[in-house]
Design a protein around this ligand. Sequence first.
Ligand code: ADP
Ligand code: MG
Length: 396
Amino acid sequence: MRMSSLLKLGRVVVHQYPGPTIGPENPMANELKKLTDGLYDMTKNQRFSLMPDDSSNVQQETDIQETSSDVEESLIIERTEERDNMVATLSGSISPEFTVLPIYGFGGIGKTTLAQLVFDDAQFAGYFKVWVYVSQNLVLNKIGNSIISQLSEESHVAERQMIHIKLRELLAGKKVLIVLDDVWEKNPDTLNSLMAMLRVGVDSMVTVIVTTRDEAVAREICHTVEPYELETLTDKICWKIIKQKTAFNDRVDKKRLKHIGREIATKCGGVALAAQSLGYTLKGKTPDEWESVRDHYIWNVSILEESSSRDHEVLASMLISYSHMPECLRSCFTYCAVFPKGHNIVKYDLIHQWIALGFTERSRIFDSMQLCEKYVVQLLGMSFLQYSKTPMSDRW
Ligand SMILES: Nc1ncnc2c1ncn2[C@@H]1O[C@H](COP(=O)(O)OP(=O)(O)O)[C@@H](O)[C@H]1O
Ligand SMILES: [Mg+2]
């Protein structure tokens, strides 16, 4: 049985028979135990693929990777030059009434982060600001509605024509900065319609930043500024990220770790996400464990056919982080595969499901709830989950 189908069954059980009502005599308890044991076996043996399950037809809600404009700038290493270049380019636009600047580059390289830095830059202090996480499924009405709800009290406009009218009204005469984060849509007609929706006329100053992995999308979207290719980070910067995530400066064994850590940094392929995930994994680990991460066989295994070397490095680093997770955390993470791709996971619902399924370790210090809170923080730290701060009313 594939893991996802097993987990789906588990999920139904959880909803119908929440943990506390299951007694030893209850046949469902046995069933649940079997499912849980099965899950443990699988996480132990790692026999499954970690690809997201998109077999479900469940209506997509918010993507669990949904981004928002919030960024902890003190945690972002370098990229100030790129931010300043972008701000200068946008400020010097020859068509200030409507400026479109696409940023493209590998997944995990830091496009969203750069867009967040620009979003927060003092240059745009007097602007109305809108952040839309677009993702793989670009739906014009949803984007239109998201912009409308961020600029006004209006919550939902049903018809496309009304959306256009409302947007014209809201954008007219204003300075507005719009970030369209993570665009995958390739269809030129759709991309043209998207831009037409945002172009309102001469008395406005609408600046649009689009982030995408795909250079073809960056070029296809009707841009007014040459698309900006975000370069990979240097090994030195990846090492800085690892040092930050491992609280390296507080370690007494710095001398030994430095050499190993630098070698690990070179394996990140200049991708911030890989450095961040590995850094979190290495935190509090012994030098021997650092060495085992450095020498992990996954680095040399071809994981994806037809993938770029960067994809390989990101996936390899995520797999290594996964393999170093404590068993309970691994079970909790793999359980997240029950959610269909693009599903918005409510934290406390998830925690209750983890507890009901008995995924938490035993601890004399923490209760299950506290442990699960820790698991969530750990998964967020490793970028295995991303936390959305977008108001519920904006969720699709
Ligand atoms: N310069 C940086 N310093 C520290 N962390 C970074 C940096 N750039 C990106 N990150 C972190 O790496 C992860 C991936 O970055 P993100 O901007 O989401 O990449 P992308 O949008 O290109 O997929 C995020 O968790 C982000 O906080
Ligand atoms: Mg992104």
